[in-house]
Each structure stands twice: as C-alpha cells, then as structure tokens.
Design a protein around this ligand. Structure first.
Ligand SMILES: [Zn+2]
Length: 144
C-alpha cells in the first residue's frame, strides 16, 4: 500500500468506496465518479501498482478477469451490448491516478461516444518498409 494513494486508501477503508460493484481475490471494481457512460466502472488491483510496467502477472490476470466479469454484469443489468476498456499506463499516457485502473466503459450501438471517429483522426499510414524496420527493432525472439 502507498500511504498517499487514494485507491490504496479505498482498498483499506471501504467507507471511502461507496460505489463498490464487485471484487475478486486481487481486484476491486467500483463506479467512476465522473462517468463518460452510465455504468462506467473502474477495476483496480488491491495491491499498489502504479502502472502496467509494475504490476505482477497474477494481479493483472485478476484485474483482467474482474473486468470481464464486470462487463458481463453491465450487459445483463444495464442492457449494454459492448464496451471499451481503457488503461492509461505511465507518465506519458495522461494517467490521472498513479494506481493502475482499467476503465470499463459500457456501450450500446449508436451511442454518442463515436470512438471510431476520433480514432480515424489519429491513424497514420507508415510504409511496409517502415513497419518492418519497427517490428525488427521491437521484436522479442526470432519471429515466424
Ligand atoms: Zn495505490
């Protein structure tokens, strides 16, 4: 636990987590207090991890599993038909709270997020040569 971490304090003192949704051995889920869609939920590891670079495999597996459980609950209880999961990880990612959290954003067809519209404005078209060079730079192991 990090003493100055709001999410660690919420794990230790459940009275600070009034919008609790579900939990597992290593993860907790609760409503985001500034949702971008009704039912927007945060899933956090119970143990402090600033970001994905510092989380254990076991904690990340449990956060991922609880996220899937939550989205199924949201589909059943709210009638949503899809979701986007967002993770801001690390100082370059605009992460707002330095305790890893997965945003589970429930969606329905035709809702007003228009995520793909924003995505399209950010897409680039590197050449095959550039992509091959980048893959070679990043690759771990011999590849196919
Ligand atoms: Zn923390």
């Amino acid at each position: 636990m990090a003493a100055d971490c709001i999410f660690c304090r919420m794990v230790q003192d459940r009275s600070l987590m009034p919008y609790w949704i579900a939990e597992s051995d290593r993860a907790l889920a609760f409503l985001d207090i500034h949702p971008i869609r009704t039912g927007h939920t945060l899933v956090i590891p119970k143990s402090h991890a600033v970001d994905l670079a510092g989380i254990t495999d076991a904690d990340w597996a449990d956060v991922a599993g609880l996220s899937a459980r939550v989205l199924n609950i949201l589909r059943r209880r709210l009638g949503t038909t899809g979701e986007n999961l967002f993770v801001a990880s690390g100082p370059g990612s605009e992460q707002s709270v330095p305790h890893l959290h997965v945003h589970v954003v429930p969606r329905t067809a035709g809702d007003d997020l228009h995520f793909t519209d924003w995505w399209a404005t950010k897409q680039t078209s590197p050449t095959p040569t550039d992509l091959a060079a980048l893959a070679k730079k990043i690759r771990v192991g011999p590849g196919p």
